[in-house]
Design a protein around this ligand. Structure first.
Ligand SMILES: [Zn+2]
Length: 407
């Protein structure tokens, strides 16, 4: 388990460069005689089927793979969904080890992608391995794992490649770090870009110009206020485990200016994370309206702030009464992962929205590791938790897909 995870981490599969990791998975699965389907889609194939896509890195050379056990067609199909890409490392000198080698230390594996989501993928592979040993002819239903590209640069795009290929599921487990607790909902989200427009003049006569960086300061303050104040429609407390109901995260601020000159254009780019019940167009209109109003209140003229939207993705919300949630809850409990009350929500966007919105596929987000560790310095995963998860996943598959009943 550890060896496979370290090898996967060593495949530096930053979005757009997923092929090495996917080929490694293919050869691992071939050796174990599992079903393997490996292919790539073009962007136009997806556009023809799904309509215009949000901005993303071209799909050229970014394969999708489906691995698993074909069933006998008499049970429910289960699909695990993981993403092969990882985020980059901005400063590897701040890590305690090489982020791209996979280091075992104190019962954990450290490396980029360890918990998001190569560790969870390894748990699913281990479940498949043990199922194929116990049920060499498969279960009643399919138990498959789709590993898709591009979750980190365009959420949902990769799962569309698998839907376009014709894969359907009666239940879906999206592999993300949830500390082995199944989560029945996930966030929608929108990528935004806010530009402030200044007037460049020499810094010594700054009173004659307008500084786009100073305007941006007011934009950032306003975003913080919007994040703090927007607490309406909390969806029956589904996201109550988290202190911020709708996080707004700026991940990039760029300015265009010459040395010693007032900045003429500054841009902030980030994500507005929503609840699965929020309507996209209404959320955009509200964001735009609130931001302009608050900036105006700080003395920024409306024509000095330009807002645009890019990538967007849908969340999901499987009803707590769905049989798939019940199976998940029982399987987790059998391994000592007790859940009192509601399964609750995953505090992020993920691939769950695609199958949920297209086919109402009952979906839970589930896997070892902690989201607090994802994208972080010294990203890690506990080996014991990964092994426990593999057992839970195998049990879930047996209970959901069913053994073949002899008649
Ligand atoms: Zn992830």
């Amino acid at each position: 388990m550890v060896e496979l995870l370290c090898n996967l981490i060593a495949q530096k599969s930053i979005s757009g460069h997923e092929h090495g990791a996917v080929e490694l998975l293919a050869s691992w699965a071939h050796t174990r005689k599992l079903f393997v389907d490996l292919w790539s889609n073009s962007d136009s194939e997806l556009t023809n089927q799904f309509g215009p896509l949000t901005p993303h890195i071209s799909l050229d050379g970014r394969p999708t793979i489906v691995i698993g056990l074909r069933g006998r067609g008499s049970g429910k199909n289960l699909m695990f969904n993981g993403h092969s890409d990882v985020v980059g490392v901005s400063d590897s000198s701040r890590w305690s080890c090489d982020p791209w080698s996979g280091v075992r230390r104190d019962g954990a594996v450290i490396g980029r992608g360890a918990c998001d989501c190569k560790g969870p993928i390894v748990s699913a592979l281990w479940a498949l391995k043990s199922l194929s040993a116990t049920f060499p002819d498969g279960l009643a239903g399919d138990v498959l794992l789709e590993v898709v590209p591009g979750e980190e640069d365009c959420v949902g795009l990769g799962t569309m490649t698998s839907v376009a290929r014709g894969y359907r599921a009666d239940g879906c487990i999206v592999l993300e770090p949830t500390r082995n607790r199944p989560r029945r909902a996930s966030r929608s989200g929108i990528r935004f870009e806010v530009a402030t427009i200044g007037e460049a003049v020499h810094g010594t006569v700054k009173w004659l110009g307008v500084d786009a960086i100073q305007l941006m300061r007011k934009v950032l303050d306003s975003l913080e206020e919007i994040e703090r104040d927007r607490t309406d429609d909390p969806m029956d407390g589904l996201f109550d485990d988290y202190p911020i109901l709708r996080p707004i995260t700026v991940d990039k601020v760029e300015s265009r200016s010459s040395q010693g000159t007032l900045c003429e254009r500054c841009v902030a780019i980030g994500y507005l994370e929503l609840l699965p019940g929020d309507k996209m167009e209404a959320a955009k209109a509200r964001f735009q309206d609130e931001l302009l109003k608050r900036c105006h209140g700080k003395g920024v003229a409306k024509n000095r702030v330009v807002i645009q939207f890019g990538e967007q993705y849908l969340g999901h919300c499987t009803p707590s009464s769905d049989p798939f949630c019940e199976v998940a809850r029982r399987s987790a409990a059998a391994s000592g992962v007790r859940i009192d009350g509601d399964l609750g929500a995953f505090n992020s966007g993920c691939e769950a929205g695609v199958r949920w919105s297209l086919h109402s596929t009952p979906t839970v987000v589930w896997g070892p590791g902690d989201l607090a560790n994802a994208h972080a310095i010294d990203e890690s995963i506990a080996i014991e938790e990964m092994a426990a998860c593999a057992e839970i996943f195998a049990r879930t598959a047996i209970e959901w897909s069913g053994r073949e009943v002899e008649t």
